[in-house]
Design a protein around this ligand. Structure first.
Ligand SMILES: Cc1ncc(C[n+]2csc(CCOP(=O)(O)OP(=O)(O)O)c2C)c(N)n1
Length: 335
């Protein structure tokens, strides 16, 4: 599936919308997510991480573009492919890595693991393992904002597989009916585990599913960080000012398997390589270079800084203790 690439004139216009600092921040954010996830994969292979591990590699532009447009007080409801979401929300990489390793210093004190990152300080409300699980909860947050007359918005981010789950229709219906400030952001990475979206969804254009609920819908190039950012800004304005929800579909591609357990035999290496040609970080770097905003020396410095952050996160996680067995009864409902 293709989204139209921008013309040179459109690229220049997009760049003009942001300061150089903001553009470099987007670059560094994507880089941190990529390098963090590569290291998480390595830690998984070294059996330092148990259970499942779903990576954001290839989807960095969606994450950085969308999350950078939010305010600290806004709410985020995510799913199990959420390490990058936690980082982009401002969670400490050390505590994210420690959580992946199940350590007591982790974001959820080692109780959540990869799929259940929660960080209420940064208003990240999961981390959910069930497909579509967070959509009704995001609507709940929207009702809360509306009821209390708040100015916050709620971002609900999920994969295209979730759009064929019953809760999707229920959630979009209520959000539209009650004019809730919720942004439904679908990361269409084109596969739900091994199933291509067009084999599972009668409506292949995910954004069009908004029409059934009289809601604004838009498809955006999820490999283009500025395109995502701009679409998010529109959705945020609609939510914050007009009190209207939106459905955004960001078309992207995960370079790696569904989880670390997936060898990805359902797609060809040519297909994967073709999408890697549109790599969000490499291409954004090239755009910044041509605009004279970054050079090789600055790229090297950014790589070194990010490598240091990731190495620090691993060191912290590895040297942290596991939760103590005495803490097992904590945080559970049973008396
Ligand atoms: C209700 C439910 N059904 C099935 C599963 C098993 N499952 C886990 S991830 C997944 C694929 C979801 O794909 P998508 O929503 O497109 O997100 P992606 O993993 O591609 O980011 C499935 C079927 C689940 N976790 N929950």
């Amino acid at each position: 599936m293709e989204t139209r690439a921008k013309t040179t004139r459109e690229i220049k216009a997009a760049l003009r919308r942001y300061s150089k600092d903001e553009l470099l921040r987007l670059h560094n954010e994507m880089l941190l997510i990529r390098r963090f996830e590569e290291k998480a994969a390595e830690m998984y292979v070294r059996a330092k991480i148990g259970g499942y591990l779903h990576l954001n590699i290839g989807e960095e532009a969606v994450v950085a573009g969308a999350f950078s447009a939010l305010e600290p007080a806004d709410y985020v409801f995510s799913y199990y492919r959420e390490h990058g979401h936690a980082l982009a929300r401002g969670a400490d990489p050390k505590r994210v890595m420690a959580e992946l390793l199940g350590k007591a210093t982790g974001l959820c004190r080692g109780r959540g693991g990869s799929m259940h990152l929660f960080d209420t300080e940064h208003r990240l409300y999961g981390g959910w393992g069930i497909v579509g699980q967070s959509l009704p909860q995001a609507v709940g947050a929207g009702i809360y904002i509306d009821y209390t007359g708040g100015k916050e918005v709620c971002l609900c981010i999920f994969g295209e597989g979730a759009t064929d789950i019953g809760a999707f229709g229920e959630s979009l219906n209520l959000a539209s009916l009650w004019n809730l400030p919720v942004i439904f952001l679908c990361v269409n990475n084109q596969y739900a585990m091994g199933t291509r979206f067009d084999q599972a969804s009668a409506q292949e254009a995910i954004w069009r599913k908004s029409v059934a609920f009289d809601m604004y819908g838009e498809r955006v190039d999820g490999m283009d960080v500025l395109a995502v950012r701009q679409a998010m800004e529109g959705a945020i304005r609609r939510a914050r000012v007009e009190r209207k929800p939106s459905l955004l579909e960001a078309v992207a591609y995960r370079y790696v398997g569904h989880s670390m357990a997936d060898p990805g035999l359902y797609r060809t290496s040519q297909e994967v390589d073709a999408w890697k040609q549109r790599d969000p970080i490499t291409n954004f770097r090239q755009i910044l270079k041509e605009a004279g905003m970054i050079d090789d020396r600055q790229i090297k410095a950014a790589e070194e800084e990010v490598a240091g952050i990731v190495a620090g996160a691993v060191e912290f996680a590895e040297s942290s203790p596991y939760p103590s067995p005495e803490d097992l009864p904590l945080d559970i409902y049973a008396p």
